[in-house]
Design a protein around this ligand. Sequence first.
Ligand code: ADP
Ligand code: ASP
Ligand code: MG
Length: 404
Amino acid sequence: MGLIVQKFGGSSVAGADRVKNVAARVVATRRAGHRVVVVVSAPGDMTDDLIRMARQISEQPPAREMDMLLATGEQVSIALLAMAIHAGGHEVISLTGGQARIRTERVHTRARIVDVDRRRIDRELASGRIVIVAGFQGITDEEEITTLGRGGSDTTAVALASALGADVCQIYTDVEGVFTADPRLVPAARKLREISYDEMLEMASSGALVLQTRAAELAKQYRVPLEVRSSFVDREGTMVTDRSIERRRVVTGVTHDRNVAKITATGVADRPGAAHTIFRAVAARHVNVNMIIQSVPRHERADISFTVAASDMRAAVDAVRAVAAEVGAEEVLADDGVAMVSAVGAGMISNPGVAARMFGALAAAGINIELIATSEIKVSCVIRASEVERAVQALHAEFELQHE
Ligand code: ADP
Ligand code: ASP
Ligand code: MG
């Protein structure tokens, strides 16, 4: 008898029929003799709807109250799912993040989990119950409700699987696994049978929504056995593991991210400490910076461009404007008409020329590159947002990802 953590995303619990379908899956796992901990997201678009409601009330709602509001979505799902399982005659209990003792930092709307006290869940499992936990939320040491950032239910599931030493963490979603590109954008995209933790992390951090970046990071750090699969069809999904049979490939997947904005400070004085001043100011506002590029100085002035999540654009611009005079910047420009496309693959380490092929494919499609960044196993380009679909399709074809 094993312990299995199953996570169901929003589309999997949108509507009574789907909740019943999830209940049937959970009960089947329990019947097979496993102990089951289930994590659920808010139904359908409820989180988006709640955010919209908040914006109708206030342009900048307090982050604490945002968390109070958003955490309600997941509470709807856990209660309905528990009712469905109970109606089938099974022992079950739903728990909020706080009740499940998922402790987070004292940060609102994007908190990180610091630890999970497993005693309550253990007690419930020991009494034979199926345990349903609200995803995306936790509680601070001051008993404040926090949320974990968009897509955070994935992270709840991985953190629970790690804390409980689960045999597997299954992420049930609306696609059949991790694909070579977003199947909604690239019809020829192919489901991967396996993907390494490193590649999964790079794909997640470069926009593959299928797993939250923090979840991929935790899975890698604690070697949590992870499977991404469909909640609608009963088929093998993608295993995220230590090794990957796809390793012989140079590129494993192509990702895109539309949630990107580019900030440019022009005419920054070419002297020690200028970059430090700018990025310290940005970091002080808890804004994550992705790519950074500095032009070669001319007449002792340089331009510095960087990218952030589009949702952080305003905070980043304010931060740079606040230090513009100090670093001698002439202008601070913001552009949210950009997007990022990336090619990811562990095989890049030993195969030179991936970047060149990528630039060639984009050039052949007439797509201009505005910024470039590379890591050991990823090449990313910032392009116009309007060209994302064509770019991803061109790169998918260039690296022949449609073929096994
Ligand atoms: P859930 O609500 O189950 O958490 P998400 O919408 O967060 O689901 O994530 C699943 C979506 O991720 C898919 O519908 C798909 O469009 C998108 N996606 C992006 N890139 C990929 C990829 N490489 N493989 C699979 N899905 C991807
Ligand atoms: N409901 C949250 C969101 O929409 C968390 C999640 O779905 O994982 O971001
Ligand atoms: Mg998700």
